[in-house]
Ligand binder design. Structure first.
Ligand SMILES: [Fe+2]
Ligand SMILES: [Fe+2]
Length: 292
């Protein structure tokens, strides 16, 4: 079996539809919307008319994320020779990744059933493979900060949000399933925190590279402030669960600050795109009068 499988070769059947994260961000239909609709930062609530659809879309995203988390953890078991060198992975780390595969496989089963429960079919929403892309980093420590700490940290925030949606909408099945998956994600994030500290204890450069990669992923996947601590953030930063997963207060504050930056940058980007869309057609492109 080959090492380092590229994201475009992930196995999916004909039900799945692939879309890139950047293509979604640059969707011209969003630029054409009025500013208040463009931002679309409204808390997930069953009382909103679009609440159930937003929850179903998020659930489908969770499901595809679980598949990629399984694939990423599996690759980390396989892609590196066993050992303690910079381009190797210790046997105990591979054992943790194998345990994670077991959890993620169970999460795939739970999520596909939850999607069914909520009235969604596989492929109803597009899949972006950004989690797996972060799991392609050639340094195992960077995989652990990018995937386990950043993206599974995001999973903690998302699962907590969905658990609360289950409580407010009176859906004990959703609440119970999210609560159990949340407990597993706390363990996966903690694995990332523990291995980061362990593998970089004597290598400050590698640690700072790993933390920088985490910052990049955290900022990108604050999704323009959709995940954050502002009142209108649909996905709230789950501070208590992050503490349990090995984050200190300073680290959580930094994620909140990255999210605010991401929010400002998205607003500026969308405002630029909207004003560009509203510009009159350039004179060179004007239709010919045909009267001269
Ligand atoms: Fe998971
Ligand atoms: Fe996980």
């Amino acid at each position: 079996m080959r090492h380092a499988l590229p994201p475009e070769e992930l196995a999916r059947d004909e039900r799945f539809v692939r879309n890139s994260f950047m293509a979604r961000a640059a969707d011209p239909r969003v630029a054409a919307m009025p500013a208040e609709k463009r931002a679309r930062r409204v808390p997930l609530s069953p009382e909103r008319a679009e609440g159930p659809d937003a929850a179903r879309a998020l659930m489908h995203g969770i499901f595809t994320g679980e598949i990629q988390a399984l694939e990423g953890a599996g690759r980390t078991c396989w892609d590196f020779p066993t050992g303690s060198g910079a381009d190797e992975a210790p046997f105990e780390l591979k054992l943790d990744m194998a345990r994670q595969c077991w959890d993620e496989a169970r999460h795939c089963e739970i999520s596909v059933k939850l999607g069914d429960w909520m009235g969604t079919e596989i492929g109803e929403f597009a899949e972006s493979v950004f989690l797996y892309e972060a799991a392609c980093n050639p340094d195992p420590v960077l995989r652990l900060t990018g995937v386990n700490r950043a993206l599974e940290g995001l999973a903690i925030d998302v699962f907590n949000t969905m658990r609360e949606f289950g409580i407010t909408s009176g859906d004990p099945v959703l609440e119970f399933c999210e609560d159990w998956m949340l407990a597993d994600e706390v363990t996966h994030v903690k694995m990332g925190s523990d291995w980061l500290r362990r593998l970089t204890a004597d290598d400050p450069d590698r640690r700072s590279r790993a933390l920088e990669f985490q910052r990049v992923v955290d900022k990108l996947f604050s999704i323009g402030g959709a995940r954050g601590e502002e009142e209108d953030s649909p996905i709230k930063l789950a501070r208590r669960f992050r503490e349990l997963a090995g984050f200190n207060t300073e680290e959580i504050d930094e994620i909140a600050a990255l999210s605010s930056e991401s929010r400002q940058e998205l607003d500026a980007y969308q405002a630029r795109a909207a004003s560009k869309a509203a510009e009159p057609v350039a004179s060179g492109a004007a239709p010919e009068s045909g009267q001269g």
